[in-house]
Design a protein. Structure first.
Length: 220
């Protein structure tokens, strides 16, 4: 069991880092001292740092095969990650009263929901796509636990947030705000130049940094 110590510790820290800062009274205190944007930036940086550690710990955990090793699965992240980057870029750029708020300055318009027409929860949808693709590409026990947890967290989170927002907003406001949005509807995807450029830059950065940071080339 000692070989699994680092992975277990990294997983516990990651879960705590996502459970504590979003809970009252911690979140209001952080927002009051950092500002809303400062809170999101700090939370994002902390999440990325711990995530890099967690993924590295999964790489160093003992290899126990779970899924069949098919070379075709290695293409899954390369083909799916551009879509995940588009959703993440759009989600960060848009104000979102129906899920995690983005950093955009333009108020949300329910008649022109932008990326929310694809998903009310673009950041969680991006996480689910990222995790599902990497689960297929790896397939050993540590990565199945890691990425399976992320898929489950994202999918369940989307449902939980929908129920909470509907309760908080009331049926009338909820229906008005979300009538042109979707839980996930890929056919509604539209490319906006700035968001597409940001997504492509993020995708290329992930490809270039994957080997030096994660220690594993994403290319087949």
């Amino acid at each position: 069991m000692a070989e699994w110590g680092e992975f277990s510790a990294a997983l516990a820290v990651f879960l705590l880092s996502h459970a504590i800062p979003v809970r009252p009274p911690v979140r209001p205190w952080l927002v009051a001292h950092l500002g809303l944007k400062g809170y999101f930036v700090a939370y994002s940086v902390l999440s990325v740092v711990i995530l890099v550690w967690l993924v590295g710990a999964a790489q160093r955990a003992p290899f126990v095969a779970v899924l069949p090793h098919w070379e075709a699965w290695r293409w899954a992240p390369l083909l799916i990650m551009p879509l995940a980057c588009l959703l993440a870029a759009g989600g960060m750029a848009a104000q979102n009263p129906l899920s995690f708020g983005g950093l955009g300055k333009r108020p949300f318009n329910p008649e022109y929901p932008g990326i929310l027409a694809v998903s009310r929860h673009p950041l969680l949808a991006a996480m689910a796509l990222w995790a599902g693709a990497h689960l297929l590409a790896n397939g050993d026990l540590a990565h199945v636990i890691l990425f399976g947890l992320f898929v489950g967290f994202a999918v369940m989170g989307m449902g939980l947030i929908d129920r909470r927002k509907k309760r908080d907003l009331g049926d009338t406001d909820w229906t008005h705000l979300c009538h042109k949005t979707a839980w996930f509807r890929l056919s509604a995807l539209r490319l906006y130049p700035l968001q597409a450029a940001a997504a492509m830059a993020a995708y290329l950065a992930l490809l270039l940094l994957h080997m030096p940071i994660i220690g594993y080339s994403p290319l087949p």
